[in-house]
Structures are given as C-alpha cells and as structure tokens.
Design a protein around this ligand. Structure first.
Ligand code: TYM
Length: 325
C-alpha cells in the first residue's frame, strides 16, 4: 500500500511561481508514488479580510491552474476543505490539546498579525490547528510544502503525538517533504514571493506581463552600471534562472554577470523567454478547463465524496477514543 500524502493551497488570489516551484511541481512529481490528496483550503482563506463575491471564482481558478500544472485528478484527489465538515470538527478537538504557547510562536501568525493589524481574529491564531486537522484527518504521513509551512507541519507532528499519548494511538506523525525550491523570493528580492504582497508572477501571467514584471525586478543592487561586475549568488534573477533555464544558460548567466559580459536586461530576457515557454501550456490548459463549465465542479464533487468516506472513519475512531459516542 502506498503511503498517504496530503497538501493544501489557499484560494486567496493568483497561484504564483513560488507556489509552483515550492509546492505544485513537487506534488506532480510525487503523484505516482503516494496516495495523494490535495486540498483547496477555503476555511484558512477566510482568516483574513476577503470579498465573499470572489470566493467561488478563486476556488475554481485554483483547481483549474493546479490541474493545468499537472495535478491530474484521475491520479489524485482534489477537493475543497469546506466540502468536508469533519475538518472543522477535528480542528475543534485538536484545539483542546494544543498549547497556546505553541501557537504564539508561529512565525506566520506573527507576520499575518502585523499585515492585518485591524483583524487579528481567533481563526488566524488557530490557523495551524486547522492545518493539523487537515493532515491528520486523512492520517497522512507525508506533507510536501514550501519552507514557510515547515513550522506548521512540525506542530501537526506534536499535536498527533499528544493526541496519541492522551487518548490512544490514532494518528501517524506526518513528515515534511521539501522541494528543491523551498523559498522563492518575490520580484523585489527582499520578501518571499507571496499572494498578499504584489511581488509575484502568476502561473497564468500573459507573456507581455511576465516581461513587464521581470524587466523592473530587483537584481544584484551593487551592480549599478552595465560595466560593473555582479554577483549571481545574491541575484534573484539568477536564482530564478536555476529553475527555468538550461544548464548552459545558467552558466552563461553566471559568467556574464561576474565579468559584466552581459547586462541585467539581457539576462532577464532569456529568463523571461524560458518562463513564458514553461507557463504558456499551463495558462492555455487552465483557460480550456475553465471554459468547460462542469469540469471543475465534477472534479470537486468526486474529490469530496472520496474524502468524506475517509474523514467519517477517522472521526468515528477519534470520537470513540474521546468517549464521545
Ligand atoms: P499557501 O496557499 O500559502 O501556499 C501553497 C504552497 O506553496 C508554498 N509556497 C512557496 N514555496 C516556495 N516559495 C514561495 N515563495 C512560496 N509561497 C508559497 C507553500 O509553502 C505551500 O506549500 N497553510 C498552507 C495551506 C495548507 C496546508 C494544509 C498545507 C492548509 N492546510 C495542510 C499542507 C498541509 C498555505 O497557506 O499555503
């Protein structure tokens, strides 16, 4: 039997190349070796201010883009968190064994509390408990994520251990799988690429927009003039070359930067062409899927049905252990 793998993505705006390199591409690579479940985590997305009118569209887009990027729903489960109510039920139970101190330490909570100072709600604070519930509900053993989520998965391990200790063995302790690009920086080269900061290239970004964004993206800031030699190791454009370009182009870019043999714009143009080449089929496929009105609906209905079966079983076990039958 294959081990179970679980991961999730928020429907909180455009899916970007940070999500793609840090998570989705890895999911696609792992799909045949694990029993995979991928979740669009809408309950997580409502912990910050959002427009309810857009929510369904954002969910549909997230599904279409993920499928277009290679998550074939014939080979994995794709579903929406709120379609399986056991997620919030288990989250409540796990809340009762999660120390407040652990949640206070969460880096993402501290960052988001700063970003959303006018709306620091209890859901934002308890966010990692719901994330633990997502994983444990399916008894997932592996969780492929980007570096920013590692702390949350470590919490899920602790929560699983504590539950098993207090009430008896139910949950395996999940392990993180990191991709080869666990932390992609934004085009400002200062902050992590993120939906909430406008510093990203979307997976469905049109070619002219990719170039427009890259042409003003921050490079090695010490390289002020075309004739100044630069340091590729501290240049975010070079970092992106490593994920989109051929070995030959990567070497050309590193050497050209160090010797001032090429200009930053020239270097960006090659990167831009490569990103366009990789993203165009994804954008076109996503558009096609979105034109088929029922496609996403069917994927999600099938996914929710399969997940509910697993979730019902786990919750029966959990309730029995808690003496709640
Ligand atoms: P989210 O929606 O922020 O991101 C989805 C995935 O993309 C990764 N990622 C990145 N990787 C590299 N560089 C970046 N700049 C970058 N930005 C995002 C994230 O690490 C993530 O793997 N809390 C989660 C969603 C979630 C989840 C779960 C994940 C809810 N329940 C259970 C795993 C298991 C989140 O907000 O991801």
């Amino acid at each position: 039997m294959k081990k179970r793998l679980f991961s999730g993505i928020q429907p909180s705006g455009d899916v970007h190349i940070g999500n793609y390199l840090g998570a989705i591409k890895n999911w696609v690579n792992l799909i045949d070796n694990y029993d995979c479940i991928f979740c669009i985590v809408d309950y997580h997305a409502i912990t910050v201010d959002y427009d309810p009118v857009d929510m369904q569209k954002r969910i549909t887009n997230a599904v279409a883009v993920n499928v277009a990027a290679g998550l074939n729903p014939e080979r994995c489960i794709i579903f929406v968190q709120s379609h399986v109510p056991e997620h919030t039920e288990l989250a409540w139970i796990l809340n009762t064994i999660t120390p407040m101190g652990h949640l206070e330490r969460m880096t993402q909570f501290k960052e988001k509390a700063q970003q959303h100072a006018a709306n620091i709600n209890a859901g934002l604070f308890n966010y990692p408990v719901l994330q633990s519930a997502d994983i444990l509900l399916y008894k997932a053993e592996v969780v492929p994520v980007g570096a920013d989520q590692v702390q949350h998965i470590e919490l899920a391990r602790e929560v699983a251990r504590k539950f098993n200790m207090c009430y008896g063995n139910v949950f395996p302790e999940p392990h993180v799988i990191l991709s080869s690009a666990p932390r992609i920086m934004g085009l400002d080269a200062k902050t992590k690429m993120s939906k909430s900061l406008n510093n990203y290239i979307s997976l469905v970004e049109p070619p002219e927009s990719i170039w427009k964004k890259l042409s003003v993206a921050v490079t090695d800031e010490n390289r002020k003039r075309r004739i100044d030699p630069g340091n590729p190791e501290i240049c975010n454009i070079f970092a992106l070359h490593k994920h989109f370009s051929t070995q030959e182009q990567i070497e050309w870019s590193a050497k050209g930067c160090r010797t001032a043999g090429i200009g930053c714009l020239e270097c960006k143009k090659v990167l831009s062409d490569n990103i366009v080449k990789e993203l165009t089929p994804i954008r076109e496929k996503a558009e096609k899927l979105l034109n088929d009105k029922d496609y996403v609906l069917n994927v999600l209905q099938t996914g929710a049905k399969k997940c509910r079966e697993i979730a019902t079983q786990t919750m029966a076990e959990v309730r029995a252990k808690l003496g709640l039958r």
